[in-house]
Structure formats: structure tokens, C-alpha cells
Design a protein around this ligand. Sequence first.
Ligand code: NAD
Ligand code: AHE
Ligand code: ZN
Length: 369
Amino acid sequence: MKSRAAVAWGPGKPLSIEEVDVMPPQAGEVRIRVIASGVCHTDAFTLSGDDPEGIFPAILGHEGGGIVESVGEGVTSVAVGDHVIPLYTPECGECKFCTSGKTNLCGRIRDTQGKGLMPDGTTRFSKDGEPIYHYMGCSTFSEYTVLPEISLAKVNKRAPLEEVCLLGCGVTTGMGAVMNTAKVEEGATVAVFGLGGIGLSAVIGAAMARAGRIIAIDLNESKFDLARHLGATDCINPKKYEKPIQEVIVDLTDGGVDYSFECIGNVDVMRSALECCHKGWGESVIIGVAGAGQEISTRPFQLVTGRVWKGTAFGGVKGRSELPDYVERYLAGEFKLNDFITHTMGLDGINHAFDLMHSGESIRSVIHF
Ligand code: NAD
Ligand code: AHE
Ligand code: ZN
């Protein structure tokens, strides 16, 4: 079938709206009609050319919500008409990762997914007979997209896909990092670096965990009002201080925070996030994604003296078994999503959505198809 899609032809180039061909789903695959897709900083990261796994031409987008249009042979867990959220972290339930009880990362299709291919090693998208690659197994910047069955979470039809698409990446990542990865406890002191969709979701997670103090850090002070509204107790702009931000936070907190979260993708800030943690027990979680060739560093003494450095993908959430419950909790009113949606636009406006992100004007732009 034909589908309107935003194609990334090469690094650094604006996306181009094209009519592409989308093949029917093959065995174990599902074709969905995308209803809405958020734009995440990771899409911009890959488009910039900094992603070692970036491959072109590709259809980006990984924060979507859609409706099953057709299913391939052998698909049993979803049916035409089901509402689904695409998963860039699939869940086969059988591989050594899925059965370990230790991680949400699934190994089943990771190799082909990283090469922009379906599990059989081919693509379902093309233009004038030339292949176009998939992205993170999702490619939600297309009216229609094909995914492996294990890359779909079936969710409650009562949930508006224009909002719960944000649970396909940003909001789940930030909340999950706090609740699953760090397991922040009541009364804890938390620092969140970067107040985009991910960082603000970490603020919500910390508020839901009843953290005693939530310190929100950003260079862009226009993010502070929403951060406070969501539960931040202190908002700090590192540019306003003479000394390194980690020293400022250590002074403010009688020795450092219990938990910190880096939600930017800046390796210098990752160091600050670790070093603002309390001696003996402070834990820092890396969420931000840094470009090819970049590395983190600190004095090993920081770890010798009890600080812990860890990272998280998709907030440690297992997509098929756990994401539907996030949707239920949203429907039950435990957290809101529309606070994050600062802009909506049609697919034609997608390059503007990237501009709004780079200029710091948006939290999330959501593309409506
Ligand atoms: P965003 O661009 O919306 O937000 C980033 C925020 O960081 C902005 O508010 C910006 O002003 C702030 N910032 C930039 N440099 C700063 C600095 N030096 N000090 C303080 N604040 C600074 O991005 P986002 O969509 O929220 O994504 C954040 C990061 O998380 C990206 O690196 C993205 O790729 C990554 N990410 C990771 C996962 C995962 O599973 N690990 C999931 C989603 C996104
Ligand atoms: N491809 C990059 C890494 C990109 C990355 O870290 N992706 C995160 C999700 S970001 C969502 O917005 C992730 O889940 N990683 C785990 C995985 O298996 O990809 C690189 O450096 O090669
Ligand atoms: Zn994302």
C-alpha cells in the first residue's frame, strides 16, 4: 500500500514528506495505522549523524500510538482493530534477557533492528523500488508501518492514542528510571538534569515516589514553571553559579543527593550528576544518549567511596507485560500527559517540530496523522 511518510535521506538533512510503499506484514509481523507520534530527542540525535547505528534513508519516529490494520501469518497476540503502542525495546518472553528477571532488554531481534531491518533481514518500506530502512524497529513517522508482533504492546482502547503515544518512549523512560531502575524511596533527595520530556517525566516519577526534595536543573529557565508544577522543589540554572554545579548541589543537600538522573546526553553533565551524589550510597542513572566517540569519566575514588553509576533504557519497563498497566494508571488519573504536549501538527510540520525542540520551545510535539 501507499503511505505518507517523513523520510530521512541523509544525516543533517531535513525530513522529506514522501509517498512510500509499505509491504504487507510477513509471518510474525503486524502492519499498523499510526494515529499519532511524539518527537523525541533521540530522533534528532540519529538525524544529526551522531548515532553510530544511524542508517539512511530511513523513516524515523519511535514514540507512537496506532491501530492494527493487518496481521501476518502466525500472529495471535493482536488482531485487526486493536490499539497498540510500538516498542523499540521488544519483549519476546523467551530469550536469555527476557527470562533473566534482571533486565527489560530483549535480545531476540536486536541485531536486525539495529541495522534498520525486519527480523528476516529485509525492509517493508521502499520508494521507487529502492529500500528505505526501519528505525528502532518502529518508524512511526509514517501513516502505516510494519513491526514484529513482539514489538507491540496492546493497550486499552479508551486511552487517547494522541496522548498515550508519549508512553512509547519519553514518559515511560523518565518515570520508569525513577521507579524501576533507581527505586527511589519516600523522603529521598533527587536531582534531575535536563527538563525535556524525559527529565520532566523523571520529576513526575520522583513526585509519585514521594521524594522529599526534587532538584531540577536546566540551562533554559523557561522549563522551571512546569517542573515546579510537576513537583520540583528547587530549580537551578548552572549558569548562575561560579562553581561547578555538583558542588552547588552538594552544598545545598548536606553532602549530596540520594539519586540523580542525567536526561540530556552530555557526558560532562553525566559526570556532574554522579559527583553530586552522596558519599556512601548516592546513585546516578544515565538516561541521556551521547554521540559516537564520546566517553564518560570521573575519578574512580567517586565509586570507591560508594557512589553508584548506572543506566537505563525505556525506564527498565518490559513493554508487553508492563506498559499496558502504565496506560491503566494514566486512565485512572495517577499522572497527566497533556502537560507535556506543547505543540501538535500534521506530518507536514515535522521539521518545525525538530526546530522547536532544538530551540527549547517545546517539551513534546505530537504529530497527528
Ligand atoms: P530535550 O531536548 O527535550 O530536553 C533536553 C533538556 O536538557 C532541555 O530542556 C535542555 O535545555 C536541557 N539541557 C541541555 N544542555 C544542558 C546542560 N548542559 N545543563 C542542563 N540542561 C541542559 O530531550 P529529551 O527528549 O527529553 O531527551 C533527553 C535525552 O534522553 C536525550 O539524550 C535522548 O536521546 C535521551 N533518551 C534516552 C532514553 C533511554 O531509554 N535511555 C529514552 C528517551 C530519550
Ligand atoms: N544507537 C545508539 C544508542 C541509542 C540508545 O541508547 N537508545 C536507547 C533508547 S533512546 C530512546 O529515545 C536504548 O534503548 N538503547 C538500548 C538499545 O538496545 O538500543 C548507539 O550508541 O549505538
Ligand atoms: Zn525516545
